[in-house]
Write a protein that binds this ligand. Structure first.
Ligand SMILES: *[C@@H]1O[C@H](CO)[C@@H](O)[C@H](O)[C@H]1NC(C)=O
Ligand SMILES: *[C@@H]1O[C@H](CO)[C@@H](O)[C@H](O)[C@H]1NC(C)=O
Ligand SMILES: *[C@@H]1O[C@H](CO)[C@@H](O)[C@H](O)[C@H]1NC(C)=O
Ligand SMILES: *[C@@H]1O[C@H](CO)[C@@H](O)[C@H](O)[C@H]1NC(C)=O
Ligand SMILES: *[C@@H]1O[C@H](CO)[C@@H](O)[C@H](O)[C@H]1NC(C)=O
Ligand SMILES: *[C@@H]1O[C@H](CO)[C@@H](O)[C@H](O)[C@H]1NC(C)=O
Length: 694
């Protein structure tokens, strides 16, 4: 009730500024309740007077900050007035006369009329998104000759469109947002009949099913059209033909099943992601298409898209389709070879490809990124015929690779290679040494074994190993992931002359680390991951790894921690879920200086043998993120105690009882001695007596 009233007031030319208006319903009720209380308590006494004073102060503060007649709700920045989220039904009345930008978004505007906008016409930008507009006064924008940007998204303009009224001319408007207005097919006509300057139009998230041939006839300057998230099933012939400036078209998330005779020569970006496309077929003219980016991801394509004969396409996404081959639609003979001269980025991930013929790469001399992950590829090879020397990233993860070959002088720019989740068992043991730029190598979830370092001299007895891969002398390799490979051993010097910064050997249970396996990494290794390896003791001295900062040893069987004997630079150490009873005092001393994070939950720690490390935790010198599970045992058979609750005093008690025992024992001994002495004296006396008698 009240809310309505206040809104009406703001509609009728005054910006109300009482506290109730400012804060809304809640404040009003508190205020009136407070007022009642005041009139009652005034009679009571001085306490009440104080309360009154307090209430007055509270209630006056906002109204003095926003004196009546001013744009209290809004923020004014030069010629921009920002009134977002104020429950307003119209613009504040006393807008500065030269206002150029008005943001009335997230308010309660229902009727958009001259009055609602305070009879101003000088706007350059109007933001009215997220209101309840269901009526626009016809020809409202006609004399707003400077209005360039109009945002009407998230309103109820379908109601207005039902009245079959035209909003009239949008002479100067360049950008119009009509998204989320419940508009059906044909309804956009009431907004677009006369918009000669319109370049950018959004009709996202409406219910349009058809793009008719005359949908854009009143807006011939369009450069960018977004129709994302509608239900478009049909595009009439020639719908975009008269839009000579159109360069961006977003039809993603619709229900389009095929594109035939694609002939938008000037289009640069075309998004058809999330439709039901089965075919994409271009017009077969030999005119040059300017298309740079084509997104066909998440459709139902069975064949590679039939792209224009002459194109400059740089980005092509066919991910998440049903491709089983790289052949072009139905026509096996038709050459796709010449069609991808400029392609830099190709995503064919999440399809059903069984392989990619080498000839395919004849057509992609400039390719930089290739993603063919999540397919069924059995073998992949690159030879000097199609060296792919511009490729930086290849993603072959989650396929069924059994063979992988790279010829000499191929892939000279390859920096990142993703091979995780394949069945790789056998690889040419020097395969990675052939990639001069390789930095990131993902080999998780395979079946590889690591070769010992190459012998310095070619020993004639020395046989080329066939069942392992060598990682020594891969001169630019920084990041190596080898988790889940059923690795059995990590031979000595496995990484000499390879400047690894990160080595992940996790989830290889039973992995046997040779004492010198990490030698060569002294000046490079920063991250070492040995999670879930069933390691019971680490025989490698990690203190020689001078750059090492992050070590993960979680979920192993470690029962001692003798890895650092001199000062280390470790910043984070994960010891969660091991068999540690004591954290060696010397190790802790070596770590103390740099350690910031220590995981130590789920270990059978002893409370009193680890006081020095608990002290660091208490002093917050070290953060223990898993502190909730970090417990220790105090006395045999007692409940585990959280390490936060351990105090040095707890550990003195056994000393105290020892002391008591000591005292008791001493007393006992003394008493026995005393007894003996007395007995002895008596004996002597008797003896004496006897001798006397004698
Ligand atoms: C909106 O305008 C119409 C026509 O001018 C009028 O009938 C209606 O009452 C107005 N609605 C509100 C909520 O002001
Ligand atoms: C086009 O309009 C949309 C939505 O109103 C906006 O996000 C985008 O920045 C505009 N683009 C250009 C080029 O004006
Ligand atoms: C195409 O649209 C989808 C869905 O809106 C979006 O996620 C994707 O980033 C767009 N593609 C390009 C190349 O912009
Ligand atoms: C494919 O790989 C590219 C480049 O690494 C990446 O940007 C893209 O997100 C990947 N596609 C999918 C579907 O993961
Ligand atoms: C490679 O593909 C996998 C699986 O789709 C994905 O998780 C990973 O992010 C991709 N890598 C890149 C660099 O896109
Ligand atoms: C882990 O090591 C213990 C001996 O330390 C052995 O008994 C057990 O079988 C190993 N488990 C696995 C999964 O290798």
């Amino acid at each position: 009730m009240w809310k309505q009233e206040s809104a009406e007031r703001s509609l009728s030319l005054v910006v109300p500024l009482s506290i109730s208006e400012w804060e809304g319903e809640d404040v009003k009720s508190t205020w009136s309740g407070g007022a009642a209380k005041i009139s009652h308590q005034l009679k009571v006494g001085t306490m009440a007077a104080f309360q009154l004073l307090f209430l007055l102060l509270v209630s006056c503060a906002p109204s003095s900050a926003y004196p009546p007649g001013h744009l209290s709700q809004c923020q004014i920045v030069q010629k921009d007035v920002l009134c977002s989220d104020q429950s307003l039904r119209s613009a504040p009345v006393n807008l500065p006369p030269d206002v150029q930008m008005l943001d009335l978004s997230r308010n309660q505007v229902q009727n958009l009329t001259r009055e609602t906008l305070g009879f101003h016409t000088g706007f350059h930008r109007l933001n009215l998104h997220s209101n309840k507009i269901h009526f626009i006064q016809p020809r409202l924008f006609e004399n707003m000759t400077d209005l360039r940007v109009l945002d009407l998204s998230r309103n109820h303009l379908n109601v207005f469109a039902h009245s079959k009224t035209n909003i009239g001319s949008l002479k100067a408007v360049e950008s119009l947002d009509l998204s989320s207005n419940g508009l059906y097919t044909g309804m956009s006509d009431y907004f677009l009949t006369d918009s000669p300057s319109l370049a950018n139009l959004s009709l996202n998230s409406n219910s349009i099913t058809k793009i008719s041939h005359n949908m854009f006839r009143g807006s011939l300057s369009l450069k960018k059209i977004s129709l994302h998230n509608n239900v478009i099933l049909e595009i009439e012939d020639g719908a975009f033909d008269s839009l000579h400036h159109l360069t961006e078209l977003d039809l993603s998330k619709n229900s389009i099943t095929c594109i035939n005779d694609f002939d938008l020569y000037n289009l640069k970006l075309f998004n058809l992601s999330k439709n039901s496309l089965e075919t994409f077929q271009s017009d077969s003219s030999d005119i040059l298409f300017k298309l740079l980016s084509l997104d066909l991801s998440e459709n139902k394509m069975l064949y590679f898209p039939d792209l224009p004969e002459k194109n400059e396409l740089e980005y092509l996404n066919v991910s998440r389709n049903q491709l089983q081959t790289t052949n072009v639609t139905r026509n096996q003979e038709k050459q796709s070879i010449l069609k991808l001269c400029c392609l830099k980025y190709l995503d064919m991930s999440y399809n059903q490809l069984k392989g990619i013929p080498e000839s395919f790469f004849f057509s992609t001399p400039l390719l930089e990124v290739l993603n063919v992950s999540n397919n069924c590829i059995h073998s992949f090879s690159v030879s000097h015929m199609t060296p792919l020397n511009k490729v930086r990233v290849i993603n072959l993860s989650y396929n069924s690779l059994q063979s992988l070959t790279f010829g000499e002088n191929t892939l000279r720019s390859l920096k990142k290679l993703f091979l995780q989740g394949n069945k790789l068992t056998v690889l040419d043991h020097q395969i990675f040494q052939r990639l001069p730029s390789i930095r990131h190598l993902h080999l998780e979830q395979n079946n590889l074994q690591i070769c010992p370092s190459e012998p310095k001299l070619k020993d004639h007895n020395h046989q080329v190993p066939t069942d392992c891969v060598s990682f020594s002398s891969v001169h630019n390799l920084h990041f190596l992931y080898l988790s889940e490979n059923h690795l059995r051993t990590l031979p000595g010097n496995a990484f000499v002359d390879t400047p690894l910064k990160l080595l992940d050997l996790s989830l290889n249970p039973g992995l046997n680390l040779h004492k010198d396996s990490l030698s060569g990494l002294e000046n490079s290794l920063v991250h070492l991951l040995l999670r879930e390896n069933n390691i019971s003791s680490l025989n490698t001295d990690l203190s020689s790894l001078k750059c090492l900062k992050h070590v993960d040893l979680s979920t192993n069987q470690l029962n001692s921690l003798l890895m650092w004997n001199k000062e280390s630079s470790i910043e984070s150490l994960n010891l969660q879920n091991n068999n540690l009873v004591t954290l060696d005092h010397h190790t802790i001393l070596a770590l103390e200086r740099h350690l910031k994070t220590l995981y130590m939950g789920s270990n059978p720690l002893s409370c009193c043998d680890n006081l020095s490390i608990f002290r660091l935790v208490h002093q917050s010198a070290v953060v223990v993120p898993d502190i909730a599970t970090a417990t220790c045992f105090h006395e045999k058979n007692s409940e585990p105690v959280n390490i936060k609750k351990v105090t040095p005093e707890m550990c003195h008690r056994p000393d105290v009882s020892n002391y008591v025992v000591g005292v008791v024992v001493t007393l006992l001994v003394a008493m026995i001695l005393l007894g003996l002495l007395i007995k002895c004296c008596r004996l002597r006396k008797r003896k004496h007596n006897r001798s006397f008698n004698a």
